[in-house]
Write a protein that binds this ligand. Structure first.
Ligand SMILES: NC(=O)c1ccc[n+]([C@@H]2O[C@H](COP(=O)([O-])OP(=O)(O)OC[C@H]3O[C@@H](n4cnc5c(N)ncnc54)[C@H](O)[C@@H]3O)[C@@H](O)[C@H]2O)c1
Length: 389
């Protein structure tokens, strides 16, 4: 049987192209490249996003990553890639110690930049990055993807419209257990020279950003403590060991402008906790709770409910009225971790045309860095330290 073609349908997208160069191609490289592949399928955007080139440190590995992750090319020369006119957006998905050099070079080459968190190793670096971004027409963003879940976006909207009243307290924890065992090898994540800090910069950075995004509160001062339980780890090369130069666990107290207070805890040594990223925000009229491990739900308590029917209730945030949800599936069909990156990217790409502000930008990254650094200083001084930016 033959099927007669009545018309030639040309499946081409007329939208202008946004070519991406992604630097680094491991964990975050996989998460970001999934977003590049998915974003135009589910969001109507002013640009067609093209995964153009992966930049790595070894051509064979970068080439294999390009093939697997859906990029057209691979390179080991950032310089050559930045010199190309056809590259529009540079994605920094490398360890923390390289964010500054790569993002600054990309900005100076006139590219848009999406950078992984934490923005930099120090406040001094973050200040230069934020200042450089401000000078440029190009747009910048940070991959604090937890802002971009349907439930966290809804929480921000509910808090902004007063559903829990004036925020008084924030209780935020980010708990993992992958470093509980002393035989887990050292890596860039346990070396202060490469990452700046341990659970603190890795996980508290997300909590700080999420707090600012959900509540609009600014940190005034912080007081922290930290512990490194395993002082050295195998290098993976024979019996050699490497010193662990970062925290395994880091807790801090916070005071916010306006009188609210907060408690923050990040750890990689909490057995049984895999990726327990939970924030509880209490206000004068109610409380909202979000937990990544139940990421499409919000727990909500309100004094506005009838007294005899008061109690926490669960809002399933996958209805078409909820942020991002209608772009995916019919009501109640859930999304996952990887979708937060797609949402984040969709907002960023939209903002390139609309001119709307994208958050978090490098100034937000600087604010996060200032909280991280003040908390680290407070560990040394044993007192509250002002957050200065
Ligand atoms: N947003 C999130 O939820 C999230 C989650 C994990 C990691 N991160 C952040 O993402 C960044 C990368 O973390 P990861 O987990 O993907 O690390 P990873 O170790 O899995 O991957 C790092 C990649 O960078 C490459 N690389 C290292 N130095 C490089 C250099 N100078 N030039 C080019 N490539 C280089 C490595 O070869 C590797 O491909 C870190 O800043 C981390 O804090 C964010």
């Amino acid at each position: 049987m033959s099927i007669a073609a009545t018309k030639n349908v040309v499946l081409s997208d007329e939208s202008p192209i946004l070519n991406v160069a992604m630097i680094g191609h491991a964990f975050m490289g996989r998460a970001h490249s999934n977003a590049y592949r998915q974003v135009n399928h589910f969001f109507d955007l002013p640009f067609r996003v093209v995964a153009k080139v992966v930049v790595g440190r070894a051509l064979d590995r970068a080439g294999a990553a390009a093939a697997k992750l859906g990029f057209e090319e691979a390179s080991i020369s950032l310089e050559e890639v930045l010199a190309r006119d056809d590259i529009d957006l540079v994605d920094v998905a490398t360890p923390n110690d390289s964010h500054f050099a790569i993002a600054m070079a990309a900005l100076k080459a006139g590219k848009h930049v999406l950078c992984e968190k934490p923005l930099a190793m120090t406040v001094a670096e973050a200040k230069l990055m934020a200042a450089e971004a401000k000078k440029r027409k190009a747009k910048v963003g940070l991959w604090h993807n937890y802002r971009s879940a349907p439930a966290t976006k809804l929480a921000a909207l509910m808090i902004a419209r007063g559903d829990i009243g004036v925020v008084r307290q924030v209780r935020a924890v980010y708990l993992q257990d992958w470093l509980s065992d002393a035989s887990v090898p050292a890596s860039w994540r346990t070396d202060k020279k490469l990452c700046g800090s341990g659970a603190h910069g890795d996980l508290n950075a997300h909590l700080i950003d999420l707090t600012r995004a959900l509540t609009g509160l600014e940190f005034l001062s912080v007081c922290g403590m930290q512990q490194t339980f395993t002082k050295e780890r195998p290098t993976g090369k024979g019996k050699a060991k490497a010193e662990v130069t970062v925290d395994d666990a880091f807790c801090f107290l916070a005071r916010f402008a306006g009188g609210a207070i907060g408690t923050f805890e990040a750890t990689r040594v909490a057995p049984g906790r895999k990726n327990y990223n939970r924030i509880e925000i209490s206000g004068t009229k109610g409380t909202i709770i979000w937990n990544l491990e139940r990421m499409n739900e919000l727990q909500f308590f309100s004094f506005a409910d009838q007294r005899d029917a008061q109690g926490f209730r669960t809002i399933m945030c996958m209805d078409s009225v909820h942020p991002y949800a209608a772009n995916w599936w019919p009501d109640g069909h859930t999304v996952g971790y990887e979708h937060t990156f797609v949402h984040h990217l969709a907002d960023f790409v939209s903002s390139l045309k609309s001119g709307a502000a994208f958050a978090p930008n490098f100034h937000d990254g600087l604010k996060v860095q200032a909280v991280l650094e003040a908390a680290m200083q407070s560990v040394k001084s044993g007192t509250f330290v002002k957050v200065n930016v």
